[in-house]
Write a protein that binds this ligand. Sequence first.
Ligand SMILES: [Ca+2]
Ligand SMILES: [Ca+2]
Length: 184
Amino acid sequence: MNQATLFGRGRAGRATVVAAVAVIVGGLVTTRGIAAVTYTVSIVDAGAASAAYHSAIDVHARAAGAAWADRFAGGLPSAALEIEVLITELGNGRGGGSSVTSSFVRNANGFNVYEQGAAAEVRRGVDPNGATPDIRISIDPDYLADELWFDPDPAARIAPVSSSRTDAMSFFLHEFGHAFAFNG
Ligand SMILES: [Ca+2]
Ligand SMILES: [Ca+2]
């Protein structure tokens, strides 16, 4: 329910095309960090049109998730976060990320307080929406092919980023930030 947000340089005027068929690949799980957070990455890509990037997307999404898990407090319950990376034409020609749902925290002075669904699962160890993905990151196929630069080792991050491109690891770290904490 949270609105995806923009990242990096963009291109104006792209038409939005709704994908009729989706292919889901991936499903690898990685565990790292102080908090016991595991990630499952599914890539939804109509007709596998961007199949050449699936492996790099999977590696970068899990590396970014692990980097976030390193910043979570110790002693938290186990969380299993399902990440859906959706490759589709976007109106902004770029990408975005968000929690798929929100979770009720408490009522404070007559106002209901909610938190991001992914944050709720990390904090409480309870999945707020069952098997439905917790985090969705959307990427325009042209942004994927023409703008993002994929690091040969996104965990180490020592290779120089192409001066004409946007670092994909930075993109994923940024979008996870929206999913865990920062809307808008
Ligand atoms: Ca989950
Ligand atoms: Ca879920």
